[in-house]
Design a protein around this ligand. Structure first.
Ligand code: ZN
Ligand code: ZN
Length: 244
């Protein structure tokens, strides 16, 4: 399971999008991908159609279940957040009203993902909880899930199978990067082995954040630079096989 953030149009600033995505994923302790290619304008009436299109563009080719969060500056607002209904929650897609303040967008996003993670069509009557139906200005950054949701909602979210699957996949991805590095280190010291260039993990237009491409001037020698590049690419399968 992966979590992808998209933007409806290029009006939405990519850097701000990253900040919002970062705030949200820190709360849930999960990884994310950012798709910067604008998704396009749409009317809320045809959103289901567009979701189908989205799936065929980004889902089918990778054979991996994904959760999509589409930031849209024109999204229709209702109760301060966006209600998208059951069909969207079941498709693991949320459309989130984009605000120029990333923290405000993140709050809306955390609310909508609550609907994707087990709280389908459910709100909370505790006004200190993010699942309260009316948005209020609140500080999100630096707070944990336990502080932002009430105990009951947070328990529902963290016990939800979609959430668990996303959380586990993120943990697995992080541990793979560490294990893979050791394997490549061994491969590079064997002179007879040829180090193949890893394939980028993500297709064009998909940026895996928040890492930046390593700067060669920051490394003492080309081997440490190479490790950094391999790490940047998330260690594709090819590079892991060089030890064999
Ligand atoms: Zn809601
Ligand atoms: Zn609650």
């Amino acid at each position: 399971m992966e979590l992808c953030f998209l933007r409806a149009t290029a009006v939405i600033d990519v850097d701000k999008m990253k900040i919002a995505a970062e705030i949200v994923t820190v709360v849930f302790d999960v990884d994310y991908d950012l798709i910067t290619e604008p998704f396009g304008d749409y009317s809320p009436n045809v959103v289901l159609e567009r979701v189908g299109e989205l799936r065929s563009r980004h889902l089918d080719d990778q054979d991996k279940p994904k959760i999509f969060v589409l930031f849209d500056e024109n999204a229709v607002e209702s109760h301060g957040a966006i209600i998208l209904g059951r069909a969207i929650a079941q498709s693991r897609v949320a459309v989130v009203r984009w605000w120029t303040e990333p923290e405000r967008t993140a709050a809306t996003c955390l609310h909508e993902l609550g609907h994707v993670f087990g709280l389908t069509n459910r709100h909370c009557d505790r006004d200190e909880c993010l699942m309260y139906p009316h948005a209020r200005d609140r500080q999100i950054q630096g707070k944990t899930g336990r502080e932002l949701y009430c105990e009951e909602c947070w328990r529902t979210i963290t016990n939800d199978t979609i959430y668990e699957s996303l959380h586990n996949a993120s943990q697995e991805r992080r541990s793979k990067v560490t294990r893979g590095l050791n394997r490549v280190r061994a491969a590079v010291t064997t002179v007879s082995e040829r180090v193949r260039r890893p394939k980028p993990l993500f297709p064009n237009g998909v940026v895996h954040t928040p890492r930046t491409f390593p700067d060669i001037n920051q490394y003492q020698d080309e081997h440490s630079f190479l490790y950094a590049v391999l790490k940047f690419y998330g260690l594709g399968k090819d590079s892991e096989e060089t030890g064999q």
